[in-house]
Design a protein around this ligand. Structure first.
Ligand code: AMP
Ligand code: MG
Length: 402
């Protein structure tokens, strides 16, 4: 197979991926299992929230006009959250009420405990309040039938809290993408086994499974296959069934043992691109078989980390139905000068730290694509666009949080 000659840009490669990554079918999901899922249909409130006028304070429900400074009012009932009064408040009366208690008909305000002298069966007002004070109006948060959340939002703590408060117990979400992970290389051993001559520990499978899981997909590690055409063909044939996406690592470059691309071509995977102007990650390939997306990532673990963020995560985001699936760049400043690469965009592993209003990015020592142990200290990937010369210390850059 020829060398990678025509490199396409990162942006072009992302466009080609996202053109083919369509939102999956949807399913009903109970809210208690919806964390991290993406809403596919709007969710509307089943109740007025709050469902009744409720007290914002511990105090006394009164009519403001009866409760001027110095007024003395009898306490005719005690209202707790969940236990409303059994009658209206009449003129000249007070009812003790706790936060969240149902403000009785007839009352228009709540005087906080601290503003009265309480002698048990009556209170004397020290400081008056205006009508409406400390009363949460029925429906002041949301009304029955109003939209609580729009489609395309990823459900985190605030969102599932909002749904539960609105009485919603099930939502319609995109299915989670099922992703098969196949790592290739005859040198790979699982951690826990002793290494023989020429062998290394397999790390890409776990790296990818973790990244996919956190991205909202359902990963399945399909094991490691040696660099052998027959073995690879059998494994890939199985891996192309029953998943929405297949991610391979290794064997996608130009060496005599790099058999992944030619093997999958025989299995009717149509290659969309091979070779992107990115460092690390140049030999990354992408193809499809029907609706099935296939990513061939390089073998070097740091290349896997970078190409996952640039190409695989956006595809997962799109399958989940996120409206902005592209990588979520943030802005920071370089701590040290960086030499640019003439042809390829680089993604530099770095540590971020706040400095005033800025995020400053310190590249870690050791930027070679096999140096995954060093990359383990990084929390950012700095984008250094291709071009001549270098970027000065302090230069503004974009980065991805990892
Ligand atoms: P390849 O893309 O197959 O030429 O592999 C590039 C480099 O990555 C080689 O040094 C491989 O040993 C290494 N490598 C490949 N697969 C893995 C893996 N799953 N875990 C760790 N290193 C790997
Ligand atoms: Mg290999």
């Amino acid at each position: 197979m020829s060398t990678v000659t025509q490199l396409i840009s990162v942006a072009e490669a992302q466009r080609l991926v996202l053109e083919r990554a369509k939102r999956l079918d949807t399913e009903r999901v109970p809210v208690e299992r919806a964390a991290g899922r993406v809403l596919a249909e709007e969710a509307s409130s089943l109740v007025d929230l709050p469902p009744f006028a409720s007290s914002a304070m511990d105090g006394f429900a009164v009519r403001a006009e009866d409760a001027g400074a110095g007024a003395r009012l009898p306490v005719v009932a005690r209202i707790a959250a969940g236990s409303p009064a059994d009658r209206e408040l009449a003129a000249g009366e007070a009812m003790a009420i706790s936060t969240g208690g149902s403000v009785p008909d007839g009352a228009d305000s709540v005087i906080p405990l601290e503003l009265v002298d309480d002698s048990g069966d009556s209170i004397e007002i020290r400081e008056p309040v205006h009508a409406g004070a400390n009363v949460r109006e029925r429906g002041s948060d949301v009304r029955t039938g109003d939209v609580v959340l729009e489609p395309g939002i990823r459900l985190g703590p605030a969102q599932v809290g909002a749904l539960a408060a609105a009485g919603v117990h099930e939502v319609q979400c995109a299915k989670r993408p099922r992703v098969g992970i196949l790592v290739t290389g005859s040198e790979l051993k699982q951690p826990g086994e002793p290494l023989g001559p020429g062998e290394i520990y397999e790390s890409n499978g776990l790296l990818l499974a973790t990244a996919l899981q956190l991205a909202g997909a359902v990963p399945a590690q399909l094991g490691a296959v040696g660099d052998d055409s027959d073995e690879l063909e059998r494994a890939m044939e199985r891996a192309l069934l029953g998943f929405d996406m297949l991610v391979t690592s290794g064997g996608a470059s130009v060496g005599p043992h790099d058999l992944v691309r030619e093997t999958q071509a025989g299995l009717r995977v149509e290659e969309v691109f091979w070779g992107v102007a990115v460092k690390p990650g140049k030999p990354v390939a992408f193809g499809t078989r029907r609706d099935h997306l296939v990513f061939n990532l390089p073998g070097n673990p740091v290349s896997v980390l970078v190409t996952f963020e640039l190409f695989v995560r956006p595809a997962v985001n799109a399958l989940l139905g996120l409206p902005e699936p592209e990588p979520a760049f943030r802005r920071g400043a370089l701590a040290a000068p960086m030499r640019r690469n003439a042809e390829r965009d680089q993604y530099i592993r770095a540590r971020s730290r706040p400095e005033g209003d800025e995020v400053v990015l310190e590249p870690i020592a050791g930027q070679e694509s096999h140096m995954i142990a060093r990359a383990g200290r990084a929390d950012a990937l700095i984008e250094v666009k291709a071009g001549p010369g270098e970027l000065a210390a302090g230069a503004p850059v974009r980065y991805l949080a990892i």
